[in-house]
Design a protein. Structure first.
Length: 130
């Protein structure tokens, strides 16, 4: 079981994300900044190519298409499947910088059954204690 926001968790994300079906045109590099954690801000990135996660890593990422900033509690709720990413974005719970068109192109992906199943599987094997 991977502890949330650690390399073990990133490894689980990469494994499950690589199994997503191809969705042409749904591509972006995303930098996530998780704020308000006990250890300060935590950075991680996801690289999505045609609907599949092709890479993920901890740490800063230079020149992402989109940078998303979210509090630890809201990020944990999203990762646990208790908060919908599209809803959080629309309600202003996520700070966004960068190419909004690329981000918007990914929203249908986050509503797909495959993505929701990926979230469920990932949440079931994640230890969310920080």
């Amino acid at each position: 079981m991977g502890k949330w926001l650690t390399q073990a968790w990133i490894d689980d994300v990469k494994r499950l994300g690589s199994e997503m079906p191809e969705r042409h045109g749904m591509s972006a590099s995303l930098l996530y900044i998780i704020s308000d954690t006990p250890v300060g801000d935590i950075y991680y990135s996801w690289i999505v190519q045609d609907g599949r996660l092709v890479d993920a890593s901890l740490g800063d990422y230079s020149n992402p298409d989109v940078t998303l900033t979210i509090s630890m509690e809201e990020a944990k709720a999203m990762a646990a499947g208790k908060l919908d990413a599209a809803s959080a974005f629309m309600q202003g719970q996520i700070g966004v910088e960068g190419d909004l068109n690329k981000l918007m192109s990914l929203l249908p992906l986050t509503a797909s059954q495959e993505y929701l199943e990926l979230e469920r599987q990932l949440a079931s094997i994640t230890d969310f204690d920080i």
